[in-house]
Design a protein around this ligand. Structure first.
Ligand SMILES: Cc1cc2nc3c(=O)[nH]c(=O)nc-3n(C[C@H](O)[C@H](O)[C@H](O)COP(=O)(O)OP(=O)(O)OC[C@H]3O[C@@H](n4cnc5c(N)ncnc54)[C@H](O)[C@@H]3O)c2cc1C
Length: 617
């Protein structure tokens, strides 16, 4: 049965996933006790092994030697999440952020000149967007790129310390070239944020004239990545350094763009970089699977206290409390896996503007939920392994430290969920990134006519289940109806609140409803995730596997309802007696899944070479 489960989890990119696991096996496990410089050197060395093994080719165009497989590149990144996470992040910086920006924002000449060297790692680079003063609100960053028609160059400048580029991966040690985001200025005025290529080190590794580089120093985790700060003192780069797919400057200094409006253009550019966010969600999923594999296997071996009837010591996973900590988290990890696969497919197949906006919103939502789930679950796994979980040799301590920042980079989760809610209120009709509270209030008043539940996966099966079935807690139709009904109610209530705003008080009305906004986004993501799980169970052709997965899906659905039972009770969706029955059903499902726990974690396919924790025996 394990194989049917494994095949289902491997999904659409099964062949590539297995290739990526083979490549992972060629990498060394992280050596113990490296100092920071040794760790960074080791990560760079391993990055070269990845490049030589073809990892970097997957995302890039075939005409430059790549494999043109955008979805596959996310899957390959996910597999790196079973190994050293500094290496995964460094690969993401080089090929996802830096290479991805050159590919998405540049044009033919940039691609011809740079992509082969980026793929081959002859040209290590950075993605320099965040500044000390502006992280979430990057539209207001303050580095400038001013065009000088006399020399046909841009002058890149950091006006003060708060405008220096901060936390930039690959900057402190290895990067040679940076994609620098700056406010573009020509004789005709300011044109908003654009990206330019700025050399930061020469061939010997010394900073280029006018470029200052600082090391961010020791971090809470990911210490194999060289994060640094960059500042530019009137650094001149040629006109061709502008990545000009969305905005070009003629030799005379005339600015043209295919996209009207600075804000709209910037959010269009950001949208093309959505792959990074989806990759982080996938990487978080892999780290969570690794932690759960360790904790469940340890929970099946570890015994504490005796049963009075037999005198035998009890396996800790036989305690309900232990099952309660690990098994709902395991069920959610399955649910998020299937939602991630849907999202990767949507990225791979996206065909139009509306689809792109919906993709961006789903990516934001899933990234937030998956990375918060990773942080919470890895902590739970650490505790579930007791003192042994705290020892570095058992891997969980580094997993905790390295995944912590996933909730912040590639977009702070709280900020991302607000984008999701804005997308729901506007039905993805336009870019929402720069929609201010008053714009949103007007949208809610003029155009929002109620929530249209748009099914994201397996429309036919979900439609059928929602319409039929009973009110039993284990009835899939009932579960789906609860998720849909909650989403509709929360989002419509939010629209009513925002609609009351006027131009004068829009910010305060919006701010007073921010908890409501976040809840709306969260319950929407829950519904999308449940649908993806339902679709996966429906795809499963092996009857016994489908039955097992069905129970895992029940546990996901009911533990999610249980976690938000205050809402269901407050809104009369559950009576107190039925809320108690939900808790009993979750307990029952934990007991029913306990005998399958090992099989369920084995199906994640974490390579044994990445499960070297001595507690696993
Ligand atoms: C290890 C690491 C690597 C990184 N790598 C890169 C890189 O390679 N390139 C790059 O460009 N950047 C990089 N970053 C930067 C990263 O993307 C930013 O840290 C992130 O976008 C958050 O910005 P900030 O740190 O300024 O936080 P802030 O935006 O200042 O947020 C601080 C807090 O305020 C809250 N907050 C902000 N706005 C709102 C709001 N409207 N409503 C409610 N709450 C709000 C947030 O939720 C957060 O809790 C990296 C960061 C780290 C830590």
């Amino acid at each position: 049965m394990s194989d049917a489960l494994r095949d289902l989890l491997d999904g659409r990119w099964a062949t590539l996933r297995r290739e990526a696991v083979e490549l992972l096996a060629k990498l060394e496990p992280t050596p113990a006790d490296l100092d920071r410089e040794q760790y960074r050197a080791w990560v760079l060395e391993q990055l070269h092994v990845l490049a030589a093994g073809g990892h970097s080719l997957v995302a890039f165009p075939a005409e430059h030697g790549g494999r043109d497989d955008v979805g596959g590149s996310v899957v390959a990144f996910e597999v790196l999440g079973f190994g050293d996470l500094s290496l995964m992040v460094k690969a993401g910086v080089q090929w996802g952020l830096f290479g991805g920006a050159v590919q998405a924002l540049g044009t033919r000449a940039h691609h011809d000149e740079l992509l082969p060297a980026i793929m081959g790692l002859e040209l290590p680079g950075c993605f320099a967007m965040t500044e000390s003063g502006h992280g979430s609100d990057v539209q207001r960053l303050r580095t400038t790129a001013t065009y000088d028609p006399a020399t046909q160059e841009f002058v890149v400048h950091t006006p003060d310390r708060s405008a220096r580029k901060d936390y930039i991966g690959n900057a402190a040690r290895d990067g040679r070239l940076a994609v620098v985001f700056a406010q573009l200025v020509t004789g005709g005025g300011a044109h908003g944020v654009h990206a330019l290529l700025v050399p930061i080190r020469d061939a010997s590794g010394a900073p280029m004239p006018g470029v200052s580089i600082e090391d961010c120093g020791r971090k809470a985790g990911l210490n194999g990545v060289d994060n640094g700060r960059l500042a530019f003192d009137h650094v001149r780069v040629p006109r061709a350094a502008l990545l000009d797919r969305y905005g070009a400057v003629s030799p005379e200094g005339v600015y043209t763009s295919p996209v009207e409006g600075d804000g709209r253009r910037f959010f269009t550019m950001l949208g093309t970089l959505v792959r990074g966010r989806i990759s982080v969600a996938g990487g978080a999923g892999s780290a969570t699977k690794r932690a759960l594999t360790i904790a469940v296997r340890y929970g099946l071996a570890r015994r504490q206290f005796t049963r009075p009837d037999s005198g035998e010591e009890v396996v800790v996973l036989d305690y309900l409390a232990h099952q309660r900590r690990l098994l709902p988290a395991l069920a959610t990890t399955y649910a998020l896996h299937f939602a991630q696969e849907e999202l990767v497919s949507a990225l791979h197949d996206v065909a139009d503007d509306r689809g792109q906006r919906e993709l961006e919103s789903r990516a934001a939502g899933l990234k937030a939920v998956a990375t918060w789930h990773a942080t919470a679950t890895i902590q739970t796994c650490r505790e579930a392994c007791g003192g042994a979980g705290y020892l570095a040799e058992n891997l969980l301590a580094d997993l905790k430290a390295d995944t912590d920042v996933f909730t912040t980079f590639e977009g702070d989760n709280t900020v991302l969920l607000q984008l999701v809610a804005k997308g729901l209120l506007t039905s993805y009709r336009d870019h929402v990134g720069d929609l201010d509270p008053w714009g949103l209030a007007r949208f809610a008043a003029d155009q929002f006519v109620g929530v249209v539940i748009e099914r994201t996966a397996a429309r036919a099966i979900v439609d059928r289940l929602v319409k039929g079935g009973s009110d039993a807690l284990l009835d899939r139709g009932w579960q789906l109806r609860q998720f849909e009904d909650r989403e509709r109610h929360v989002v419509e209530g939010l629209a009513r609140r925002l609609r009351r705003a006027t131009a004068d008080d829009a910010f305060d009305v919006f701010n007073a409803a921010q908890d409501h906004l976040l809840h709306a986004a969260r319950v929407h993501v829950d519904r999308v995730v449940l649908e993806a799980f339902v679709a996966a169970v429906d795809r499963c052709r092996d009857e016994a596997t489908a039955a097992l997965l069905g129970r895992v899906c029940d546990l996901y659905a009911l533990s999610t309802i249980e976690a938000d039972r205050a809402w269901f009770l407050e809104h009369g969706r559950l009576t107190p007696a039925r809320a108690k029955a939900v808790t009993q059903a979750v307990n029952g499902l934990c007991g029913a899944l306990r005998p399958h726990a090992r099989r369920l974690v084995d199906a994640f396919g974490v390579p044994e070479s990445r499960l070297t924790a001595p507690i696993l025996g």
